[in-house]
Design a protein around this ligand. Structure first.
Ligand code: ZN
Length: 141
């Protein structure tokens, strides 16, 4: 049976979750579908965090919107490849943005894209024997 995620509206057809708005609307007009959380929303609901990204430094004060746009575009690209890779939570402070992700690779990707776009200093720490990473990106001035 076709599944539709009530939270993000992804559609699961033939065991595969995809985003397809017209397919979703078509499916919902018929019978033969059920509400079911997708793997990404399920991880968010369960609070399954596999990565934390710490973006830090004075740079963020002057470039906050830019930084948030980059976070959004990296997350969107990753989501097209992996439905379970989500940002679970973002906390914004004066000179820091902390991002919790449901997917280790998404956390790593965010750090790497910040380094690529803005230089700065990147440090990724993997937790031994687990699928968890802490990613630190810092740029002052
Ligand atoms: Zn979902």
């Amino acid at each position: 049976m076709t599944k539709i995620c009530p939270s993000c509206y992804a559609v699961c057809i033939d065991q595969r979750w995809i985003f397809d708005e017209s397919l979703r609307q078509k499916t919902m007009k018929k019978n033969g579908w059920e509400k079911h959380l997708c793997p990404g929303c399920e991880r968010v609901v369960k609070g399954k965090v596999d990565g934390v990204v710490y973006l830090r430094g004075d740079f963020l004060r002057a470039h906050r919107e830019e930084a948030k746009n980059l976070i959004r575009s990296v997350a969107e690209k990753k989501l097209r490849k992996n439905i379970a890779a989500r940002i679970a939570h973002i906390e914004e402070k004066d000179d820091e943005i902390i991002i919790e992700t449901t997917d280790r690779a998404l956390a790593e990707r965010l750090g790497k894209e910040f380094e690529r776009a803005y230089s700065g200093h990147l440090d990724i720490q993997w937790q031994h024997g687990s699928d968890f990473a802490r990613v630190y990106w810092t740029r002052n001035e």
